[in-house]
Design a protein around this ligand. Structure first.
Ligand SMILES: [Zn+2]
Length: 317
């Protein structure tokens, strides 16, 4: 570089990424641009113990790294886990489906892989991935809302995750939209999740005589079935109402939508956006932009990679 004073930019080495999910666990070697160089996917055992998870990580990491040339061997990894996490301590505070409390998951994963591991909640990881590689690149302020088996959310403010006191900031799923609405897995009624998750959409579709999953309801609407079309319109209004709460509370400028249901919702962004904007209170808020995920089902995995890419380089020994 002319006049560059001899400083050389060295490309950042690849890192490990672990997306530890309820049904499957993905491990990958990911480069600094978010490219997946190698990936291993294994089923997560039902209601696993921490010791079973350590064994799973050890076996999968061995598969992942077998035969990799030295310059591709990860020296750090990030871990996305399904529950609120104390990221600084590397502790998964809860995994609700498994009855876990305060499991030192980062240390467990480090022991299994032999590299340093940073832990974060999987929904927060999705937001980190969109910020670094995806739909929120260049946006220091945005919210991530995902519609899948459940409904979750995360907030990035000033380029940093807003974690909250217990790691649950941004969780829009159990905000109540309709006190008399359908029952929610959390025990209340009419939560966003009870109206807009994949199972909730399927249930609402069944109530009007439809069959199949949420995607089937959206396909029915697209094919001209009037009952499915009315249902999808109602779902889009509910999604827009939920996003308006996020917009009014946080003024995020951008909301990125993810999760499996977003594959269907993305075709309805004008209707969702119109409902949302009609409920945004102050005129400047109405420039709030909606975008679908750019990373799809890989968001949590790539967010785990982002955690590791942001970590300080381990010292040579
Ligand atoms: Zn709920």
């Amino acid at each position: 570089v002319p006049g560059g004073g001899g400083r050389r930019l060295t490309p950042q080495a690849p890192v490990g990424a672990i997306d530890f999910g309820g049904t499957k666990t993905s491990l990958a070697v990911v480069d600094a641009g978010g490219g997946v160089l190698r990936q291993v996917v294994l089923p997560t055992p039902p209601r696993p113990s921490p010791a079973e998870v350590a064994a799973l990580f050890r076996a999968a990491w061995t598969d992942l790294t077998a035969g990799l040339p030295g310059h591709l061997l990860p020296r750090t990894a990030g871990l996305a886990a399904p529950g609120p996490a104390d990221a600084a301590a590397g502790v998964l505070r809860r995994a609700f489906d498994w009855g876990w409390r305060d499991v030192p998951l980062a240390a467990l994963a480090a022991g299994a892989t032999g590299v340093s591991v940073r832990l974060e909640n999987d929904v927060n990881c999705c937001a980190l991935a969109e910020m670094r590689f995806g739909a929120a690149a260049g946006h220091p302020d945005f919210a991530w809302v995902q519609f899948s088996t459940g409904v979750g959310g995360a907030v990035v403010a000033g380029g940093r995750l807003l974690r909250g006191a217990s790691g649950l900031a941004g969780e829009i799923g159990h905000v109540v939209l309709d006190e008399g609405g359908p029952p929610c897995p959390c025990g209340r009624r009419g939560c966003v999740e009870a109206l807009c998750s994949g199972p909730a959409v399927a249930r609402r579709h069944a109530q009007v005589g439809g069959r199949g999953d949420a995607a089937a309801a959206f396909r029915g609407a697209a094919a001209g079935d009037p009952r499915a079309a009315a249902l999808v319109a109602a779902v889009c209004r509910d999604v827009g109402r939920a996003l308006a709460i996020v917009g009014n509370l946080l003024d995020p400028g951008l909301i990125v939508l993810g999760g499996g249901v977003t594959a269907s919702l993305r075709h309805h962004l004008p209707a969702i956006g119109a409902e949302m904007r009609s409920r945004l209170l102050a005129a400047p808020l109405r420039s709030l932009e909606l975008r679908p995920t750019a990373l799809g089902a890989d968001a949590a995995l790539l967010g785990a990679a982002a955690l590791a890419l942001d970590a300080p380089e381990p010292q040579e020994r």
